[in-house]
Design a protein around this ligand. Sequence first.
Ligand code: FAD
Length: 462
Amino acid sequence: MNTIHTDVAIIGAGSAGLSAYRAAKAAGASAILIEGGAHGTTCARVGCMPSKLLIAAADAAHHAAHAAAFGVHIDGALRIDGREVMARVKRERDRFVSFVVAGVDAMPDADKLTGYARFIDDNLLQVGDDTKVQAKSIVIATGSSPVMPSMYRALGDRAIINDDVFAWDDLPKRVAVIGAGVIGLELGQALARLGVRVSLLGARGRVGPFTDPDVRAYAGRVFSEAFRFEPFAQVQAAVREGDEVRLRYVSDAGESIEETFDYVLVAAGRKPNVGGLALSNTSLALDDVGLPVYDPLTLQAGAHPVFIAGDANGVLPLLHEAADEGRAAGTNAARYPHVEAVERRAPIAIAFTDPGIAMVGSRHVDLKPESFVTGEVSFEDQGRSRVMLRNRGLMHVYVDRASRRFVGAEWIGPDAEHIAHLLAWALQMKLTVDEMLRMPFYHPVVEEGLRTALRDAVVRLG
Ligand SMILES: Cc1cc2nc3c(=O)[nH]c(=O)nc-3n(C[C@H](O)[C@H](O)[C@H](O)COP(=O)(O)OP(=O)(O)OC[C@H]3O[C@@H](n4cnc5c(N)ncnc54)[C@H](O)[C@@H]3O)c2cc1C
C-alpha cells in the first residue's frame, strides 16, 4: 500500500474541485486532486454545455418553422436531421471538454490521482485498492447525481438521465420527461422543438425554479402550449414492453392517460455524491441525509479540517457557485485553521428555455409579505418583444418598502439571461429602484419592459 502525504486532498476534479486545487496551490500548499470518473467536469461533459448546444439546435428549428409570420417562407419541408444535430452537440461538447482535460494534463503528475476516494478517518483517504492519502485538510467536491425513483429503475436502459441524452447518435421519436425543474424544462422544450413528441410530467406543481405563484402559472401556460405539460401528474405505472415504455398517469385535469414512449428521461432532482465516501468512518456530524453538517459561510464541516464545495453540499447547484465555493474551500483548506467566509455574489439563476426563465436575489417565497412591493410587466405588448414576435412573458420585481432597494425578481420573458445580469449587478450594488430608473434605457429594447416593472413598483411604493 502506497501512502501519499499532502497538505490538501481534493476529492473530485469537477468545476469546484479544479478551482479548489488551484486556490490551494496559490495559497502555497501541496495538493492532490483525486478523480474517480472521467475528467472534463459535469458542466462541460453532460451539463451546461451540451444542454445549451441541444437548445441552440432546437431554437434554430423553431425560428425556421416560425419565419412565415414575418413573410419569410421556407418552400418545401423543414427537415431536422437528428444525426447531424447530435453530431454537432457532441463535436462542440468534446471541444469544450478537451480544454478542461488539457488543463488537467498540464498539472504535475504528482498532484493527480485516479480512483474513487473514501474516508478511513478524518485525515486519511483510501483511493482505489492500493493508495492511501494522508492530508492535513480535505475538500469534498464530489458533485451530484440524478435521483432515479425506484419505479423507473425497472425500465433498464429505457429510463435515462441527462448524460444519456448527450450520448445519443440520433433523436428518438417519443420521450417522457419526468420532472419540471430547470433540467426537465430545458431538455423537454429542446427535444419538442426538434420534433420529438414530448410529455413533461411534474409531480408537485413545479414550473422550473419559480416560487411566485403568478409567474409560475403564466410559465406553465406558455409551456403547455408547446408540448404536453402536466405539472401535477401522478404517474401510476411505468412498464417496459420490448424497446418501449408504457406510462399510465393521472393528468392535471384528472384524466387517466396511457402513452407509449421510446425513453423516459428522469430529471426529478439531483442528490449530492456523498454516499460512497464512507463518512461514517470520520468524526464528522452528519445530517439526516448523510451530508456533513457544515458552515455555509466558510464551507467547513464543524471544526474539522474538512470543507465541502459545489453540488456536493446540495445548496446552490450552479456552475459559478461551484467555482466560487471551490476557490474558497481550497484557500480555507490550505490556510486551516485560519478560515474565511466565501465571498458570495448576488444570487442569479437562469434557465435557457424560450422564453427564458430567470431569478435574481431573494425568492418571492422568502420575502416577508408586508416588507416589499411587486412591480409587474407583461411582455405581451412590449414594443421590442413584439417586433421580434417574442412577446410572451411576465416579470415581477420586488422592492423593499423601507429602503426602496431592489431585492429580487422572478420572471419568464425574452432575453432573460441578459436582463438577469443587469438586475444581479444592481442588487449587488445595493441600488434603490430610483437609482435604477436613473440609469440609461435605449429605445426600442426589451429592457424598456424592465423599466415598466420598476416604474410600477415606484407607483406601488406611493
Ligand atoms: C443537464 C444540466 C445542465 C446544467 N446547466 C447549467 C447551466 O446552464 N448553468 C449552470 O450554472 N449550471 C448548470 N448545471 C449545473 C452545473 O453543471 C453544476 O452545478 C456543476 O457542474 C457542479 O460542479 P461540481 O464541481 O460541484 O461537480 P462535478 O463537475 O460533477 O464534479 C464532481 C466530480 O467528482 C467526482 N467524484 C465523485 N465522487 C468521487 C469520489 N468518491 N472520488 C473521486 N472522485 C469522485 C466525479 O466523477 C466528478 O468528476 C447543469 C447541470 C446539468 C446536469
